[in-house]
Design a protein around this ligand. Structure first.
Ligand SMILES: Nc1ncnc2c1ncn2[C@@H]1O[C@H](COP(=O)(O)OP(=O)(O)O)[C@@H](O)[C@H]1O
Ligand SMILES: Nc1ccn([C@@H]2O[C@H](COP(=O)(O)OP(=O)(O)O)[C@@H](O)[C@H]2O)c(=O)n1
Length: 228
C-alpha cells in the first residue's frame, strides 16, 4: 500500500486531536491543519463585530469575505501555528472561553461550513497532510487514506482542558474557570457539535482515557505503517 496521503483525525473537544495531530505530522514530515482554528477565527470575528450567532447568512458572508491565514509559528510562545484575520494575530484570542462558547453555534450554520469545508478541501489536496477536526474523515476528506477518531470520557476531556488552561493562565488567575465550568462548557459543545461529529464508517476509533500521548501516537503510527 502507498504511504497515506491524507490522515484525518476527528473527535470531540479535549480528545487530543491537536496534540496528537501535530506530533504525528512532525514525525511523518507532513503538513498539519487544525480546522477548528478556522471555525474559531470566524467566531472571534463575529464576536468582534457583534454579529448575532444565530444569523447564518451573515456569518456565511463573514466567512466568505475574510481570509484566515494560518502559518508556521513566528513566535516561540507555545503556539502550534499563527492565525491572522483582518491583519490581527488572534492565535491566542481564539482559545478564549468566549470564543469557546461561540464557536459551536457559529459552526452549526451550513452557510459557514460550506465556505470553510471548501477551503479545507483545497488545503487537503496538497497531500501528505494530517488534518484534524470533527468531520474530516466523514465529509471534508472522505477519501483520506487513514481515518482516526479519538475519544475519551467527558470527565477526562474536561480534566485535560482544565489542566491546559491552568498551565496557560496560571492557577491563581481570576479568569480561570473551575473544572466544573470547563466540564459544562465541553458538554455543551459536545451537544452542539454532535450533528457534525459522527465518526466516518471506516474510521479507527481510539479510546484514550487510559492512554498517554506517546501511546496514542504509537498506536496511530502502527496503522500508518500498516497503510504503506
Ligand atoms: N492521551 C492523552 N493523555 C493525557 N493528556 C492528553 C492526551 N491527549 C491530549 N492531552 C492533553 O489534553 C489537552 C487537550 O488536548 P488537545 O490536543 O488540545 O485536544 P483537542 O484538540 O482534541 O481538543 C492538551 O493539554 C493535551 O496535551
Ligand atoms: N472540522 C471542524 C472543526 C471544528 N468545528 C467546530 O469548531 C469548534 C472548535 O474546534 P476545535 O477543534 O478548535 O475544538 P477542540 O476540539 O480543540 O476543543 C468545535 O467545537 C466545532 O464546533 C467543526 O464544526 N468542524
Amino acid at each position: 500500500m502507498r504511504e497515506p496521503g491524507c490522515i484525518a483525525i476527528d473527535g470531540p473537544a479535549g480528545a487530543g486531536k491537536s496534540t496528537i495531530g501535530e506530533h504525528l505530522a512532525r514525525r511523518l514530515g507532513y503538513l498539519y491543519c487544525d480546522t477548528g482554528a478556522m471555525y474559531r477565527a470566524i467566531a472571534w470575528l463575529a464576536l468582534q463585530k457583534g454579529i448575532d450567532l444565530n444569523d447564518g447568512p451573515t456569518l456565511g458572508k463573514l466567512a466568505e469575505q475574510n481570509t484566515i491565514l494560518i502559518s508556521k509559528p513566528q513566535i516561540a510562545d507555545g503556539r502550534q501555528y499563527t492565525v491572522i484575520i483582518q491583519g490581527h494575530d488572534i492565535t491566542w484570542d481564539i482559545r478564549s472561553t468566549q470564543v469557546g462558547r461561540a464557536v459551536s453555534p457559529v459552526s452549526s450554520h451550513p452557510q459557514v461550513r460550506s465556505i470553510l469545508i471548501a477551503q479545507q478541501r483545497a488545503i487537503g489536496l496538497q497531500g501528505h497532510i494530517v488534518m484534524v477536526g470533527r468531520d474530516i474523515g466523514s465529509v471534508v476528506m472522505p477519501d483520506a487514506d487513514l481515518k482516526i477518531y479519538l475519544t475519551a470520557s467527558l470527565r477526562e476531556r474536561a480534566r485535560r482542558r482544565h489542566t491546559e488552561m491552568v498551565e496557560r493562565m496560571g492557577e491563581h488567575n481570576p479568569a480561570l474557570p473551575s473544572l466544573e465550568e470547563v466540564m459544562s462548557d465541553v458538554e455543551r459543545r459536545d451537544n452542539t457539535d454532535r450533528k457534525n461529529m459522527q465518526p466516518a464508517k471506516d474510521a479507527i476509533i481510539i479510546e484514550t482515557d487510559n492512554l498517554g500521548i506517546e501511546q496514542v501516537l504509537d498506536k496511530i503510527c502502527h496503522y500508518v505503517e500498516g497503510n504503506k
